[in-house]
Design a protein around this ligand. Structure first.
Ligand code: CTP
Ligand code: MG
Length: 401
């Protein structure tokens, strides 16, 4: 086996915008062109360009979705993919992407996911310009329309269009130049070239491409749809298996010590007369293990990502709250729950008599997905055997909705 060299090029694909002007009821990158989203089309072309680290920047809650799209587009290059959450402005989103670049990356490309049909060759052109010694290079297209300067409803001047070009992406930069420009930026710019120019660097113009147009409005989307209908993405052999929506599994474990106040809460049930578990919430190790398993299955991080102690609203919360919120996160990322299996290791409480009740409570909190609960003692060994606490282990299966 050969180990691929760490790429010297990093591509930040910004996809964290809300798509207000498109008005499709979902973040723009997640709107479909054909059977595939805008993001997926953009990534198909990114991965057809020469090998690079690819950082996809998405709205919060869309990480799992974006990761699935990126892994499908990446094929054998799946190790090159990462997903981060963006910010309120495009500039903040690029900044978030910069933070995820590997140390070996020397040339950074910033690309709008909204320019979904940009051909791979444009990526090569901007990189070649940096390799030729430029600090910054952007693709441009000549302006075709006759341009006028207007003031309200009055034409006040003709503008010589031969001086004008429309800027596109991917825009390429020497990494040190881009990082410094970002660190020192005091205003918000609509593209990275403007920010780097403001920092005093010359920007090279290379040939853009008509297909690198930005999908901004509904008519742009229509244009993209007719172009894609004429040349749909051919599923590569290496990718076929992913196209049939392979289910995903996740593993979660949790441990809580006895010593909390009030009654015991475990597996979504109250257990009168049993000693309570301690924890930021109700200490329900069974519910928390299930949450971790579900989030892991969907690639959405773990319980600390979404329910950490910095979320006071979850103090004292019970299983139904945790599981309902987790179900919501999975739904936003396009997953539904197949089933969950959870095992408790504890001396007490005794589950035999209440197993069906626990399964029903947990299943109800997960919108009816089957949940199996099993319980075991540990033959007196370890902390569960010593009666110090409870351990729970969960496996969850999710499928793309
Ligand atoms: N973008 C981003 N983070 C933001 C805003 C924009 O990553 N806070 C990305 C968009 O996802 C898009 C690119 O920057 O790929 C260009 O932005 P634009 O076309 O303006 O997209 P939106 O901001 O989503 O659209 P709108 O302005 O209509 O809301
Ligand atoms: Mg915008």
């Amino acid at each position: 086996m050969t180990i691929a060299p760490v790429p010297r090029v990093g591509i930040i694909v910004v996809a964290a915008g809300s798509g207000t002007r498109l008005g499709a009821g979902a973040p723009k990158a997640f709107v479909g062109i054909d059977g595939h989203t805008i993001l997926r089309h953009a990534l198909e072309r990114v991965f057809a360009a020469p090998s690079a680290q690819v950082v996809v920047v998405v709205p919060s809650g869309r990480e799992g979705d974006a990761l699935s799209e990126a892994l499908e587009a990446a094929g054998e290059r799946r190790d090159l993919v990462s997903v981060v959450v963006g910010g309120q402005t495009r500039q903040a989103s690029v900044q978030a992407g910069l933070g995820a670049l590997w140390a070996d990356v020397k040339i950074v490309l910033v690309h709008d996911a909204a320019r979904a049909l940009t051909p791979p060759e444009v990526f090569g052109r901007v990189v070649a310009s940096i390799d030729a010694g430029r600090a910054a290079a952007i693709p441009v297209l000549p302006v075709i329309d006759t341009i006028k300067r207007v003031d309200g409803a009055e034409v006040v001047a003709a503008v010589d269009r031969s001086e004008l070009s429309a800027a596109q992406t991917p825009q390429a930069f020497r990494r040190d130049v881009l990082e410094r420009a970002y660190a020192e930026a005091v205003a918000d710019f609509t593209d990275d070239a403007a920010l780097v120019a403001e920092a005093g660097h010359a920007v090279a113009a290379v040939a853009g491409h008509p297909l690198a147009f930005k999908i901004t409005t509904a008519s742009d989307l229509d244009r993209a749809r007719s172009l894609v209908a004429a040349a749909p993405i051919a599923p590569a052999a290496a990718r076929l298996e992913h196209d049939v929506a392979i289910p995903r599994v996740g593993l979660g474990t949790d441990v809580h010590a006895f010593g909390g106040d009030g009654p015991l809460w475990l597996a979504g049930l109250e257990w009168p007369g049993e000693p309570a578990l301690s924890g930021h919430s109700d200490g329900d190790a069974v519910a928390h293990a299930i949450v971790d398993a579900l989030l892991a299955a969907a690639g959405l991080g773990d319980i600390g990502t979404h329910f950490g102690t910095d979320h006071p609203e979850y103090a004292g919360a019970h299983a139904d709250v945790f599981l309902a919120r987790t179900l919501g996160l999975l739904g936003e990322a396009g997953f539904r729950v197949g089933n969950v299996s959870v095992q408790v290791q504890a001396n007490r409480p005794r589950f035999a008599a209440r197993r069906a009740e626990a399964e029903a409570a947990l299943s109800a909190a997960l919108g009816g997905a089957p949940v199996s609960v099993s319980a075991t003692t540990t033959d007196g060994l370890g902390f569960p055997g010593a009666g110090e606490g409870v351990a729970a282990f969960a496996v969850a299966l999710v499928v793309k909705a």
